[in-house]
Design a protein around this ligand. Structure first.
Ligand SMILES: NC(=O)c1ccc[n+]([C@@H]2O[C@H](COP(=O)([O-])OP(=O)(O)OC[C@H]3O[C@@H](n4cnc5c(N)ncnc54)[C@H](OP(=O)(O)O)[C@@H]3O)[C@@H](O)[C@H]2O)c1
Length: 253
């Protein structure tokens, strides 16, 4: 596999760049002089992320508004990123929503919205990005999934299904792109302190967005396949996956 340029010279596309976790990852890239193309659905928030990254040392920061469910607009945004950075070394997909599980059970539209944002839109973006990187024969695609995708639980199985489907899609993509020298990194954070989890009571299992953001940059640099962040979620999820379904279905999880 051809090596990625060191973080400092990297040209990085970040989808969902206003996410707390993505912002922390972007700050690591900015500090080493990377060139970034950021997308987000809120122009004001996007501009403030851009200004912050420029102050932190990014060599170039471009932005484009993107509501990820507007799938027809994906191609022009990817083309704009490639055009304005002169190519891409890394694409990080970070957008996501944590839907209200009870509402999803009551309203079909809430379930389908959650699947559209967390799975369908991401798959659509990955299809374009995979073809770009495959033709280039180098680079890295990284996607933020979740430990929630490792096993369906009654308290969040709509979100879990979207992230689980993404996990399987990325497995196949990694297998396909290996021969082209393109890395595919599946990132599985556990509980992270961000606006997404602001309504949850905080426990010692929560990690800071800063810790997770830095770990994501390292995972990309090291071309990891699947990374649990923090590390302790790997054994925790191994145990959770191991519990037989005949027992698991009785648990209140
Ligand atoms: N926080 C956790 O505990 C945790 C755990 C595991 C995995 N994750 C995953 O980590 C990723 C980042 O989440 P976060 O924790 O950093 O939460 P966050 O700060 O709430 O970020 C979520 C991001 O997704 C964007 N987004 C949501 N719907 C969108 C849409 N339809 N079109 C475009 N952008 C959209 C939001 O844009 P706006 O800024 O416009 O709202 C925001 O940038 C997500 O994929 C999430 O599923 C989070």
């Amino acid at each position: 596999m051809s090596p990625l340029p060191k973080t400092g010279g990297a040209r990085v596309l970040i989808i969902g760049a206003t996410s707390a976790i993505a912002r922390e990852t972007a700050q690591v890239y900015a500090a080493s002089g990377a060139r970034l193309f950021l997308t987000g659905r809120n122009g004001g928030r996007l501009a403030s992320v851009r200004d912050d990254l420029l102050v932190r040392g990014a060599a170039q920061v471009e932005t484009a508004e993107l509501e990820v469910t507007q799938i027809a607009s994906h191609r022009s945004v990817v083309d704009a990123a490639v055009g304005s950075l002169g190519g891409l070394d890394i694409a990080l997909i970070a957008h996501g929503t944590l839907p209200d599980q009870t509402r999803c059970q009551e309203e079909v539209s809430a379930t389908l919205d959650a699947i559209q944002i967390n799975f369908t839109a991401t798959v659509a973006l990955l299809t374009l990005l995979a073809n770009y990187f495959e033709a280039q024969r180098r680079g890295c695609i990284a996607v933020i999934g979740s430990v929630a995708g490792d096993r369906g639980r009654q308290s969040n199985y709509v979100y879990g299904a979207a992230k689980g489907g993404l996990d399987r899609f990325l497995q196949g993509l990694r297998n396909r792109l290996y021969r082209s020298g393109v890395a595919v990194v599946t990132i599985k954070p556990g509980l992270v302190e961000t606006p997404m989890t602001s309504g949850m009571p905080k426990t010692p299992l929560f990690a800071s967005a800063r810790r997770v953001g830095r770990s994501i940059e390292r995972a990309i640099e090291n071309r990891r396949n699947v990374v649990y962040i923090p590390w302790y979620w790997r054994p925790v999820m191994a145990v959770i996956r191991w519990v037989p379904e005949s027992i698991f279905k009785r648990l209140q999880l």
